[in-house]
Ligand binder design. Structure first.
Ligand SMILES: *Cc1c(COP(=O)(O)O)cnc(C)c1O
Length: 378
């Protein structure tokens, strides 16, 4: 089966894990620190904070920025549920904003402006599929409205521009992302005192770490703020260090495979829309396509699956999920709903070759060219 995404893990990761086990120090040690510095360097940032997931990263950012009950945060609905959940964790209200268009499925600036109220405190941008939002226009919007700008950069690790938009950015190293530590995440925050608050809140709000107390032989610590346990361990950091060395090369492979997809789809599946344009600053996390309205998507999914090609959908809109429907029954985001109805995500990962892209596009063309008697597929 050709999978939508697949991690690249090998001998380097095995050796890195073995070295941690032999060292006898398994969490929050030198490797976590080394990983934070290496991740920051790749993003041309002063420092970064490694955490247990991107969800934890988003929670820590909102918490450290003091967002809470009574506040509203603008978020896209075309995202993974964690983006909106993090807003609920701090007691604030996520306000869903529609996308711009099927061609540019990023949060619409006009819609964001229309949904601003006196309670709006922040906006979380999602670089959907790795395609960066427009930095200048969002910065000027945030400035004019007095909003905190946060990036959910789960899809864009390795792009130096990701993490430079506003107060802070959250990255994910989950198993299907551009690089992985199995579970894991990181935060880039430009302001030193915000970084210190986040670092402290990552580990229970404590003023020193286990390692620092060991090194200083002083058992003392204090707790100065409400904190969590959102730490990263040495095993994950060691895998992360191995993965970071190849992230730029992998993102480059993703870019070339995406370009190949675009050319072949334009040629062989002219009725299929490929969002965004080439070039576009992107980490090419996903290969989303929009099927023609007349085509039943499930039939295409089944047809491709029969030929060994896995596909998926990004995303079922968050405002349509039962939990969020119950909370906010009046959300209406027609462009997001239309996009999500027609979207199909094709396989894209660095183990693929131009030949696998050709296979996928040929199969998609065949699926679209075929008549669709539902019985024949079943
Ligand atoms: C994967 C993802 C997350 C959550 O990442 P975890 O590391 O699994 O917590 C958040 N936002 C987006 C857009 C994602 O794709």
């Amino acid at each position: 089966m050709l999978l939508v995404s697949e991690p690249v893990l090998g001998l380097d990761e095995k050796a890195a894990l073995a070295a941690v086990i032999e060292s006898g120090w398994v969490t929050m040690g030198d490797r976590v620190r080394e990983f934070e510095q290496a991740f920051a360097r790749l993003h041309e940032a002063e420092d970064s904070i490694a955490v247990s997931s991107c969800t934890a990263a988003l929670h820590l950012i909102l918490h450290a920025l003091g967002i809470g009950p009574g506040d509203e945060v603008l978020v896209p609905s075309l995202t993974f549920v964690a983006t909106a959940n993090s807003v609920l964790y701090v007691g604030a209200r996520p306000v869903f904003v529609d996308i711009e268009s099927p061609e540019i499925p990023l949060m619409s600036l006009d819609e964001a402006e229309a949904k601003c109220t006196a309670r709006t405190k922040a906006v979380i941008l999602v670089h959907f599929g790795g395609y960066l939002a427009d930095r200048d226009s969002w910065q000027s919007f945030a400035r004019t409205k007095g909003l905190l700008l946060i990036e959910d950069a789960a899809h864009a690790p390795g792009l130096p521009a990701a993490g430079t938009f506003g107060e802070a950015a959250a990255f994910s190293f989950y198993g299907n992302k551009n690089m992985t530590t199995a579970e894991g995440g990181a935060i880039i925050a430009r302001n030193r005192s915000l970084r210190e608050t986040i670092r402290r809140a990552r580990s229970h709000g404590m003023t020193s770490s286990t390692r620092q107390r060991l090194d200083s032989r002083s058992p003392d610590y204090d707790v100065t703020i409400l904190g969590f346990n959102y730490r990263m361990d040495e095993l994950r950091a060691a895998v992360g260090l191995a993965q970071l060395k190849r992230l730029t090369e992998w993102n480059d492979i993703r870019r070339r495979l995406s370009q190949h997809y675009r050319q072949l789809i334009a040629e062989h599946c002219p009725s299929v829309l490929v969002p965004f344009t080439d070039p576009w600053p992107s980490a090419h996390h996903l290969m989303p396509v929009i099927l023609p309205t007349a085509i039943p998507r499930q039939v295409v999914i089944d047809w491709l699956r029969k030929r060994g090609i896995q596909t998926t959908v990004h995303y079922p809109p968050v405002h349509r999920l039962t939990y969020y429907c119950d909370l906010y029954p009046d959300s209406y985001l027609p462009r997001t709903e239309e996009f999500a109805r027609r979207e199909l995500t094709l396989p894209l990962h660095p183990r693929m070759t131009p030949a696998t892209v050709e296979l996928v596009v040929n199969s998609l063309a065949a699926a679209l060219g075929a008549e669709f008697p539902m019985e024949a597929i079943a």
